[in-house]
Design a binder for this molecule. Sequence first.
Ligand code: TRP
Length: 466
Amino acid sequence: MSERTSIHGQWSSRLAFILAATGSAVGLGNIWKFPYITGENGGGAFVLVYLLCVCLVGIPVMMAEIMLGRRGRQSPINAMEWLARSEGVSPHWRLLGWSGVVAGFLILSYYSVIAGWALAYVFRAVGGAFEGLGPEGVKALFDRFVGDPEALLAWHTIFMVLTMIVVARGVRSGLERAVTLLMPALFVLLLILVGYALSTGAFGQGLDFLFKPDFGKLLFHCEVVNGREHCEFSGSPVLIAMGHAFFTLSLGMGAIMVYGSYMPKGVSIARSSFVIAIADTLVALLAGMAIFPIVFANGLEPGAGPGLIFQTLPVAFGAMPGGRLFGTLFFVLLVFAAWSSAISLVEPAVAWLVENRGMSRVRASVWTGFWVWLCGLVTIFSFNIGRDWRLWGKTGFDLLDYLTANIMLPLGGLCIALFAGWVMRRASSEDELAMGRLGFGLWWGVIRYVSPLLVLVVFMHAIGVF
Ligand code: TRP
């Protein structure tokens, strides 16, 4: 049998695949979301659960997802259908691809709004807007900014156009090159920020917060009401930590699957997955180590929510020597990190439109981009005119985030694990993964039992079964 390839082309090398997948994984999830959800969920214990989920669920599911993509060689919807047929089971497994398309769509709709904030902050930083502003000034600046729906809409629109241009041109021509340069630059800049955090005098406090587990905070949600602390059992921090493991590694919706479908045969899936997961985790931890010392040194609130990095880092940029330069560089790199993630969120949908509807990449991109853009209004309004609109106690943005990251991605990941572990013949995965006996045996055990059970246990815990 001649080797099957994707009609959309292939990555030029193993390194190109790793860079593209790392570009997808490293994004707002690491630098914006990880610090704020860690802050909201009490720190150390939350980080520990997140790290465990990366190892026991994230890496094995990433291997499974890449494997399914490379074997299927099509958009996730068609790949799942093809794989299911060739394993002799119901083609309805294609629904897994569909749920991924919907999840990617919803995630991008808010992802782009937040990336728009980063874009806006590039211009603030260039103009020296943070200089000497201090914590209160920075917070006021942020509140004024997100309170203005027109500004948010403008930046969201610009970011969506940028994303769809790259998607329309095909992932390989522009991004492969840009990412090679930008990912290492982001890393160096984060190190510089950690260096600044070292000088704030609250570095130890920041590290304690990140790495000293306090399990009470993980299982109970406490609020101070009328000067007295009320604590309630809460299952969701554990679910949020697991959901974030999926989110930050871009798993559970077909993004890594579609990238896998462009991966050359003969590249090691296991080794690539480890490299991607390690790089992704390092960036998140560095971001935390840069942000929390600044939070504590300035008496800021770790649980400030989605605005956290926009309310803390500018304080540092406003106070440190060369802050204007570093601030500008930081937000530019953040935009690039978001950009290389955003494209992977729509690639499954665009690849499907090209395959099944015979659209050109350009048309398919315009079409998907428009609907995602429109859906972004929900997030924009939930920071200003719709601040008080609630459904199940959540704002529009919170709801989109919770539904996608904590429900759709883990469920998608669960189905991927079940398909790879129980539906696919052992011989097929052994052939595709091509690793040593011991390594394969380990992965096989984990993907069949450990990962699915963990996801189920965390779900049951979150709904309060135990
Ligand atoms: N992983 C990216 C981040 O951390 C976001 C992202 C890109 C993503 N593609 C995805 C999340 C697919 C879930 C699924 O910023």
